[in-house]
Design a binder for this molecule. Sequence first.
Ligand SMILES: NC(=O)c1ccc[n+]([C@@H]2O[C@H](COP(=O)([O-])OP(=O)(O)OC[C@H]3O[C@@H](n4cnc5c(N)ncnc54)[C@H](OP(=O)(O)O)[C@@H]3O)[C@@H](O)[C@H]2O)c1
Length: 265
Amino acid sequence: MDLELAGKSALVMAASSGLGRATATQLAAEGAEVAISSRSQENLEEAKNHIVEETNANESAIHPIVCDLSDSESIRPAVERSIDELDGLDVLVTNHGGTTPKYFADATVEEFDDHYNSILKSTIIVVKAALPALKESGGSMTHLVAATAREPPTGLIFTSTIRSGLFGLSKSLATEYAADNIRSNCVCPRSIMTDRIESKTEQVAQRDDVPFESVLEDRKVELPIGRLGTPEEFARTVTYVASPAAGFLTGTVIPVDGGWSKSTQ
Ligand SMILES: NC(=O)c1ccc[n+]([C@@H]2O[C@H](COP(=O)([O-])OP(=O)(O)OC[C@H]3O[C@@H](n4cnc5c(N)ncnc54)[C@H](OP(=O)(O)O)[C@@H]3O)[C@@H](O)[C@H]2O)c1
């Protein structure tokens, strides 16, 4: 299947590692020119080298753009610079650093503010800055969220409250900008083996004084498919959803979670 991404321009937020980098890599492999952003120039240069090595993309087709999503002022200039360097925008993928696991009882109002700023407000600013270019191209927005935002477990209050706002944002954007030919969807990961999941697994292993492998087994048990996902598997779904090949897909939420979600919707 031709995803019709060759020669398109893509911006992936929070893309120096993990799901963001895997998505940027897949988009580049499909022939897109890609801007990758994160807080660290050094991490972005490493990610760029990785993408070039993996895909044989031309170095000039990968654009590292520093942007700290918790610093509201820095976001619009970074998005505008990306669009400038890419000379337009067909594909926007929003992504974030994670949330802090907390119960409501332990979470302060200031922490809610911080999560609102770095997750929901940052996405609003990114989208506002990207919309003029997306209107011109009739492009797509794909928002990386979390399966736990759809089906909140206890102890993840910032994901349950702040991150779940991305569903409403995406759905509203899908409806409001359909006339401009812009699509907006959410893709929700669970247990995709990235550095983040590895370090979370290590932390639990140390806290409970049990082997890393046994914590990993506990994760696998909650997944009907019986194993963790790979960043590449996740990225392939995002790349399809973001591509013109998925032209009739909009306003939806797609879990990529090995069957973890219980809901049929
Ligand atoms: N992996 C999973 O199974 C899974 C499941 C559910 C939800 N998620 C969510 O998906 C997102 C990505 O997860 P991941 O596993 O790919 O994590 P990861 O490997 O730790 O990657 C996180 C990325 O976010 C960037 N980042 C962190 N804080 C940032 C900020 N303030 N501004 C801009 N960029 C920032 C990091 O780059 P720098 O350090 O260079 O800034 C890095 O590129 C996270 O929000 C995570 O909670 C992941």
